[in-house]
Design a binder for this molecule. Structure first.
Ligand SMILES: Nc1ncnc2c1ncn2[C@@H]1O[C@H](COP(=O)(O)OP(=O)(O)OP(=O)(O)O)[C@@H](O)[C@H]1O
Ligand SMILES: [Mg+2]
Length: 167
């Protein structure tokens, strides 16, 4: 019997609400993996890019470790990550992209993140240019990709929408 998990990717530009929604889904009984935490805690990176203010991920080893993890679990696993394209595509059931109106996203990033002005602008630009959507469309079929606007729904409403998509 195949006991591989069915992966739900929860992705989007920094600040759209991935971690907040993932925490609510965890409270509702779902298995959650924060890819960023996994990468940091297991040291799966080459170093830190001080210009881009982000870790330089060792993608090959991350994929290897994810495959090891997937062989030990079954059922739905929600992976929240800005970098959805790292997750081995054959296990991915749905990709949920949280979107956010640029003005609201800017307010969230200015209030809750210690990013420089340049990094905040880079993220706003990425959201306007739909970088996450384009990156996922290059890998996953359109029918697996669902966008949810996080500017007009509460985290709880978004979590409920995701549950109804999964079930
Ligand atoms: N739907 C929402 N409505 C209003 N505020 C929200 C919503 N979702 C998240 N927030 C707020 O926006 C901020 C950023 O959310 P969160 O940390 O979950 O984003 P993230 O996508 O995980 O960002 P990062 O990629 O930087 O980890 C938090 O302070 C959170 O409370
Ligand atoms: Mg987060």
């Amino acid at each position: 019997m195949n006991s591989s998990p069915q992966i739900i990717l929860l992705t989007g530009t920094p600040g759209v609400g991935k971690t907040t929604v993932a925490a609510l889904l965890h409270q509702k009984g779902f298995q959650i993996l924060s890819l960023n935490d996994f990468i940091i805690s297991d040291g799966l990176y080459f170093g830190f890019d001080y210009i881009r203010e982000s870790v330089i991920i060792d993608e090959e080893i991350v994929q290897k470790k994810l495959l090891n993890l997937f062989s030990t679990i079954s059922g739905y696993l929600i992976i929240e990550s800005h970098a959805a394209e790292i997750v081995p595509a054959e296990f991915v059931h749905h990709i949920i992209i949280l979107r956010c109106a640029p003005k609201i996203l800017r307010a969230r990033l200015e209030q809750f993140r210690k990013y420089s002005k340049a990094k905040i602008n880079e993220n706003i630009q990425a959201e306007i240019m739909e970088e996450c959507l384009i990156a996922t469309q290059e890998i996953f079929p359109a029918e697996k990709i669902i966008q949810i606007d996080s500017s007009s729904s509460s985290p709880d409403e978004i979590a409920e929408k995701i549950i109804s998509i999964i079930s």
